[in-house]
Design a protein around this ligand. Sequence first.
Ligand SMILES: [Zn+2]
Length: 83
Amino acid sequence: MTDTTLRRWQDIAPADATKLDLSKDLTITAPLNEEGERCPWPWEPQLRASEPIGQFHCGYCGAMVLAGMPHIDYGDEPAEVKP
Ligand SMILES: [Zn+2]
C-alpha cells in the first residue's frame, strides 16, 4: 500500500517552507495561478501582511494576490467571477 496523503500548503508555516518548491514537490498541495500553474512558493502574501500594498503579483507564480491574505487559488474559482 502506498500512502499518497497530500499535505496542505496552508498547514505548513512559512518558516518551515523555506526549502520547499511546490512546482516540484507534488506531495504538497499548491494554489494555482490564473494560468493553472502551481505556485512554487505561496507563502509570500501572508509574510507581507504589514506592508500597505494591498494587491500585488506573487513573485513566484505571478498570480494577483492580497498582502496579509493566504495566496489565492485560482484553480478553485469559476472562470467568471464577479467582484
Ligand atoms: Zn504564487
